[in-house]
Each structure stands twice: as C-alpha cells, then as structure tokens.
Ligand binder design. Structure first.
Ligand code: DGJ
Length: 726
C-alpha cells in the first residue's frame, strides 16, 4: 500500500513486511527516511540528523537556511544531482546546451498507478501499486519520474527512473542511474559476487569505508567477473540473523553499483547503467528509461534477503509460463561429443537413456554452417547436412520416436569471420574500420545496435524453429564486446553503444523467445557469464557454469543462490574425471548436487553400464520427488563450502509440511570431530517423518540439535527427506 501523508509530505510504501519512507523536505528535495521492517506512519522528522554541521554550500535560493536546515550534500537522497553543493556520487550528471552541468531536481507532484507500466524496451518486474514521483528543474525544464512499486508477497521495492527532457534544448546525459537511497550507518559489510569463467559467483565481503565502493562491468554484459548485485550487511548480520539490504539490477550490460560511506556516518547508494564510456543525447521532448533496480530488506540475515529475491523473482520476473512447471530433464551431448558427432552417435546417446526418465535431448554446438570446431560457421543458422545427412529431421524424428523432446543450441549474437553471413555482410560485425577486431574464441560479435542485423538474426533463428519440431532452445553467448562502435549509429549515439546493445539483446529475446511461447528457452554465456535478473526474465533457467565438477559446483551454486532461485540454475551430471578440474567424485554425489537446481545430464551415455542406467533411473525418480521443492520452496543455506569442509542446504515448502536437506563433506578424515547439521526453516511445533532415520522427530529437535550425517569417503553427499505428520 502506498500512502501520502500531506501534512508531513511523507510517502509511505508498505510492502509484505517492509516500509519504505521518504519525504519532500523544506527545500522541496526528495529526502530518504527509512527502509526496513514495517513501521507505522508517524511524522519521522525527529529521525533526521541535527546539531552543528561543517560549512556547506547553502541550498540555492535559501540563503536563510541555518546549519540545522542542512544542504543537498546532507540530505539522504532518492536522486542526487551535481553542481549545487552535493559532492556525493550523483544519480544524474548532465550537460546543458551552454556547457554547464547543473541540475536541481525538486518536487513537482506525484501519481499513484494501480499497475506498474512496463519499462519500454527492457524487462522488469511485473507489479501492482506504483508511485511515480515527479521531480523537475525549474530553470531548464529537465525532469525525472521516479517509479516505486511495492509487493505484498515479497520484501522488495522495485525502482527505476525515466529522465525527460521537457526543456527546449538538447542536453547530454553523462550519467543516468536508476536510483539513490540512504542507509543509516556506514559500518556495513559489503557483499558482492565475483568470478570468472568456470568459477562464477564467489562471495566477496569487505567493510564499508569512507569513500566509494564500486561494483561494475565495462564488458557490455553483466559478466562473470562481477554480478549486478550488492548487499550491505549490518555488522552483526549472519546467514540467518541481522539486517541486510540487497541491491539487484535488472540489466545485462555494463553497469555500476556504488556504496559511498560519507563523513556523516551514513551510506549513500546509487547506480545503474555504467557511465564509463557512456553519454546519451536527449533532444527536447525525448525520454530515457533506466533499468530497474530491486531493493530488498531482510531482518533474517543474508538467507532472508535471498528468500526475498527468490520470492520476488519467481512471482514477478521469471517467465510465468515456465517458472513453476516441471523442467525438461535433459541429456545434452556437448561434453559427450563436443563438435565430433554423427547422426548415429547422437541416436546412440538418446537410445542409451530410454527408460531412465530423461525426457529431452539437446543437440549442442556444431549442427550448422561449416562448424567442425569453434573457428567457423557462427551466424550461418542452416543445418550442416554433411555432418547431419537428412538435416535435423533425422535426429529430431528419432528423439520424438522415443517419446522425448528435442532441444537445439544457438549463439544468435555471434559471427565467425569464416561464415557465409560474414562474407556477405561484413558490416554486421562490431568493429572499427582499419583496425583488426579482437578475436575471442575465434569469433566476432554481431552489431545488435543495428536493426537490420537484428532482423537477419530473428529471421534466421525463427526459420529453423518454424521448420523443425523443436521444444527447447539453449541460447549461448561466448565472448564480450570489444571495439564498441557501430556504423549504424551517429557520432553522438556512439557513447550509448553498451546500452543500445542491451536493448538489442532484449529486442531479440522479445522476437525469438517471446514469439515462440511453446518452446522452453535456456540461457547460457560460456557457462554463467550473463546470469542476471534481466536474463532470467526470458530464460527461466541458465546454464550456471561450464564447470560441472560437483565440488566446484557447491561453491558456484551456493554463491548464485544469494540472489537467484534454485530453479534458475541449470545443473548437469557429467563424467569423471571431470573435464574442467580432472577430479573424480562419486556418481551419486554429482547427482545430489545437480538436484539443487534444474537438473540434467551431459556426458556420453553410450558408455553407460546397466548399473549406471539403473542409477540414472533412480536419480531421475528422486529428482521428480523433490522437483516441486526446488521450483517453489524456501532455501536455507546451512554450511558454506567456501568457509568450511561442508556444504548443506535445506529446501522447505512454503507451508512447512515438506523439506529436504542436502549435506556434503569435501574431505574425509579419521577420528574426526562430530559434525551436526542443524536443520533450518521447519516448523518447530510440527513433527516430521525423516525417511532416512526411520523415525519421527519434532521440527524443534531437528533445528536445535541437528542431524549427524554418516558420510563415507571424500566428496560424499547425504540427503534427508522430511514430511510433517500432523
Ligand atoms: C559454452 C557453453 O557454456 C557450453 O555448455 C557449450 O554450449 C559450448 N559453449 C558450445 O560451444
């Protein structure tokens, strides 16, 4: 519910268990007051800082303001601007026609909308009640609409800004972030998710300091290196206790999120589209919409914040067609064959899993153009009949005859120099004339800022999808942009390249993913290099990492779950020794860890023994029993593999009648200390049948005392299933 208290000019945004409050202060500035647990609607002016302050620039036109009245630099901001006394990181930085860079965006009214309108050209949360706060610069006419949406089923607030040039002259936006917010302290721990190829979403935690902590990407993708996410943990916060604030950006291109510890002992947060290598001219009458940021609050530690994001994204962001439906349980041929396959080999891989419950076969890279390795063919989305005589039909018919679905790999944004499309249209490549474009995995990138290029891709991909009976698509993306430049853009538009590329990606997704509602789409980016909230809007699940080693996966999946629901993580059982690490882990462990997501298999199944096949059959049956929990349940992280020898996670149904606990020990030792795993998230009052114990135990005992798993050997996993009996 959104309320405006006219007397105090305070906006109260009440969500599920949170209140967000700001007011229009005596300078007409939108001043942040509060984000946290639900509170009443009192006059909150008593919470503002008082006492003598240092010499500061007066608010222009308010020479009568006392030190107590403060100045722009001291007001916790909903939007901060530059040039009139505020030296914090501005949310907006623009250049007026004269060359001056001043803005003063002050209160100009508000609207309440029953339904949040979509953000043009970009994915965002669906949502109900929305406040639009209008701010305007009286001198230039430049304006900003700040959107705030509350949710009664998740502890988050969604925000974005639409910048509007209502003046008479063109301005240039040198920075156009999505939000600003104040937090009351500056002694937080700042948590971010960093990584690399095959080592995605590790957890970094550093203390706030005086100055700016910045998390960003300059890669024209959200990146494996830093995810578009930041959490601020109060000093005493743990996994299950204490206050945590989350900042998650629904965006897939170069971004920045900043936390600035100010001399006043508070924190100023802002961020959005990365303003490095950015400028956006806005002519009179034009607008620029910014990506959405989803702010979460938890009083139940980091775990509570994760559950808030999982609820919000499952209910309001992920494609509703597939978010809660059982996922395809697939066999993918990539690690089984790489580029080296024939129809016969693919059919044998399929035949080997008939009867196991695996229901989908996905043909990965190598089926199109001249593609026997990664040096050629990308962009030629025409089946390679030399490799697959009879076209795709032979393998598709075979898969369907076994009662299974068929999936196909594409990498729509890419092009090889050695391809027919590159020979015919060299101008489709992102490059600067007279310079040799960087290769990465021997490939170049398509210029998605050019509508003609997008039309080519849409036509080519949709043709394959229309001419063949395909139920599943894996959309890959294996390199980052270099030479950020487009011949299709004017000189003034070039510095908008990274954002225009993102808009191009979303346009492709609308015209391929949304235009084929009967097909299930999985995202991928050389593993998990574009695992972000915008992508999970289109791709209900994303290949989490090219590293499928079970031990490594405990780290990657643990880190990914900080923001993203388990159901968004594609997790495959692969062969040992593992192709990425060379490590051997038990088959059962690989399956158990892969079950903590959208599970599947990726190996040469023709080497399966009867025993392997029976094991797969049992694993698939087990997964189906827990799939509803994976898709809809609440996640409780218990043991962090990055900090201990163990990894434990529980998933509990919303009504707390069912749960599963997965526990894993990395290295075995003799005479080792007893390890108890305290279950989490159960109802202490309920009694649970624990299948593996053959016993009924109270939720209280399971959570207070814990279980003592009997792991055997290295890399061992033990599962427990709980069912409430009363
Ligand atoms: C990278 C992906 O992450 C892999 O799963 C596989 O699809 C290859 N690309 C194919 O080139």
């Amino acid at each position: 519910m959104i309320t405006f208290e006219a007397k105090t000019r305070t906006f109260f945004l009440d969500g599920k268990g949170v209140t967000y409050a700001f007011f229009i202060n005596h300078a007409d500035f939108a001043e942040h007051l509060y984000f946290g647990k639900t509170i009443g609607h009192d006059d909150l002016s008593f919470t503002r800082a008082s006492g003598s302050r240092s010499t500061i620039a007066k608010v222009p036109g308010h020479d009568d303001f006392s030190e107590e009245d403060g100045s722009y630099v001291q007001f916790p901001a909903e939007l901060s601007f530059f040039g009139t006394g505020d030296y914090r990181e501005p949310t907006l930085h623009l250049e007026n026609q004269s060359g001056d860079r001043l803005t003063e965006l002050l209160y100009a009214g508000y609207d309440l909308l029953p339904e949040k309108p979509p953000i043009p050209g970009m994915p965002s949360m669906t949502g109900g009640e929305t406040l639009v706060l209008h701010l305007k610069d009286k001198v230039t006419g430049f304006a900003a609409d700040l959107y705030y949406t509350v949710y009664d089923d998740a502890d988050v607030i969604a925000r974005h800004i639409v910048y509007k040039n209502e003046g008479a002259e063109t301005v240039t936006l040198r920075r156009a972030y999505s939000f600003a917010m104040g937090l009351p302290q500056n002694d937080y721990q700042v948590l971010s998710l960093y990584g690399a190829w095959a080592r995605e979403r590790r957890i970094d935690k550093i203390p706030m300091h005086h100055g700016v902590i910045s998390i960003d990407s300059k890669r024209t993708t959200s990146s494996a290196e830093l995810n578009p996410f930041m959490a601020l943990l109060s000093p005493d916060a743990t996994e299950e206790f204490g206050e945590v604030y989350g900042v998650s950006l629904v965006y897939s291109s170069s971004f920045v999120l900043k936390a600035e510890g100010t001399i006043d002992g508070v924190t100023h947060l802002t961020g959005g589209i990365n303003d490095f290598d950015f400028a956006w001219p806005l002519a009179a009458g034009e607008t620029l919409a910014t990506p959405e940021v989803v702010l979460a609050y938890s009083a139940e530690g980091l775990g509570g914040m994760s559950r808030a994001y999982h609820d919000a994204y499952r209910e309001h962001l992920i494609n509703p067609r597939y978010v809660k439906t059982p996922r395809p349980l697939l066999i993918n041929n990539w690690e089984g064959t790489y580029f080296n396959f024939t129809n016969e080999k693919l059919m044998a891989i399929v035949d080997a899993v008939v009867g196991t419950g695996i229901d989908t076969f996905v043909l990965d890279d190598g089926w199109f153009g001249k593609r026997d390795d990664d040096s050629s063919g990308l962009g030629d989305w025409i089946v390679n009949e030399k490799k697959l005589p009879g076209g795709l039909k032979t393998i598709i018919d075979h898969v369907h005859s076994k009662g299974m679905n068929f999936g196909l790999w594409f990498e729509p944004e890419m092009i090889n120099e050695d391809s027919d499309i590159c020979r015919a249209h060299p101008e489709y490549v992102i490059r600067v004339d007279n310079r040799h474009p960087c290769y990465s995995r021997h490939q170049w990138m398509m210029d998605l800022t050019n509508p003609e290029v997008r039309d080519y891709i849409v036509t080519a991909v949709n043709k394959v999808l229309a001419e063949n009976q395909i139920e599943y698509v894996k959309w890959d993306y294996n390199r980052n942009v270099t030479e950020s430049f487009s011949k299709a853009l004017s000189r003034e538009e070039q510095l908008g390249f990274a954002h225009r590329y993102a808009l191009g990606v979303y346009d492709l997704c609308e015209r391929i993913v949304e235009a084929n509602p009967g097909i299930f789409f999985e995202g991928c980016a050389g593993g998990g290099a574009r695992f972000d909230p915008a992508m999970i809007h289109y791709f209900s699940q994303i290949w989490t990492s090219d590293d499928s080693d079970a031990e490594e996966r405990t780290h990657i999946q643990y880190g990914t779950s900080i923001v993203y629901p388990l159901s968004t993580m594609s997790c495959h059982v692969s062969i040992c020794p593992n192709h990425q690490t060379g490590r051997t882990t038990p088959f059962a462990t690989r399956a158990t860890i892969a079950h903590l997501g959208a599970t599947g298999y990726e190996l040469d199944t023709t080497t399966f023994t009867e025993e392997d096949k029976e094991a797969v059959k049992a694993q698939v049956a087990d997964y189906h029993k827990m799939e509803k929990l994976v898709l809809e349940g609440d996640l409780y992280r218990i043991d962090n593999p990055m900090e201990s020898n163990f990894f434990s996670e529980a998933i509990v149904s919303k009504d707390k009648t069912e749960a599963i606990l997965v526990t894993y020990r990395r290295m075995a030792s003799v005479n080792n200390q007893i390890k108890r795993v305290r279950m989490a998230g159960l109802d202490p009052e309920k009694r649970y049948e624990v299948a593996e114990l053959g016993q009924t135990v109270s939720g209280a005992a399971l959570m207070q005392i814990g279980l003592v798993p009997n792991w055997s050997g290295d890399f061992a996993a033990v599962e427990y299933h709980f069912k409430a009996i009363d």
